[in-house]
Design a protein around this ligand. Sequence first.
Ligand code: ADP
Ligand code: 5GP
Length: 214
Amino acid sequence: MSPALERRGVGLVVTAPSGAGKTTVTRKLIALEPALALSISVTTRRPRPGEREGVHYYYRDREAFCRLAEGGALLEWAEVYGQGYGTPRAAVEASFAAGRDVAFDIDWQGWRQLRRAMPDDMVGVFLLPPSASALRERLVGRAGDSEADIARRLAAADEDLSHWNEYDYVLVNDDLEACVAALRSILAAARLARSRQAGLAAFVESLQARPRLG
Ligand code: ADP
Ligand code: 5GP
């Protein structure tokens, strides 16, 4: 491999108020990007219909979740809508060490912790819904949450939205395909950042050392 191709993995964090579409958008991006893995979080909430252990989340009871958090097995964790959510540390560290990229579907508390812990590795994107009514419709239209849970998520939307200006990029998730394309552009640019191209200095040196023509 050319030294210029050696690079550090990018951590792509996507946050939005619940229902804005970040799970849908990040999963579509993963399907298009073979070098991008999704960080699978641990949660104490119950699976929604169609959700599977190890695919959408690792579902654990409160006691097991606390053991993971206290034992240092989570890179970050937070209480969101009354449930525990956290990012397993080992998978992320292994991906970065191998130069692979990782997408995170986490809230603003998680973004703050990851940005602080790994400032050079993380890029943060905040998704906005196209309107307040669209956010409500998407939340209500999604199967699997109780009415109380939907009400709790809607009530939290204002607080969630207030963190938009802590992120590097902000996208409006109106047309799904356009939003995925924009996120893909952000990932492409992040991969090209000078700081992430670890082999660049050696590569440029090798260019300078080449025999002069003529
Ligand atoms: P989040 O992960 O942000 O809570 P989801 O990805 O679960 O949100 O999306 C919430 C609902 O909105 C789902 O039913 C999803 O199919 C729908 N949705 C997501 N993005 C769009 C979009 N651009 N246009 C219309 N519906 C969308
Ligand atoms: P949901 O229950 O709708 O899947 O997720 C609820 C919220 O928890 C979303 O805002 C989601 O981004 C956030 N979340 C999911 N996993 C994690 C995690 O590992 N850490 C943090 N901090 N938030 C998470």
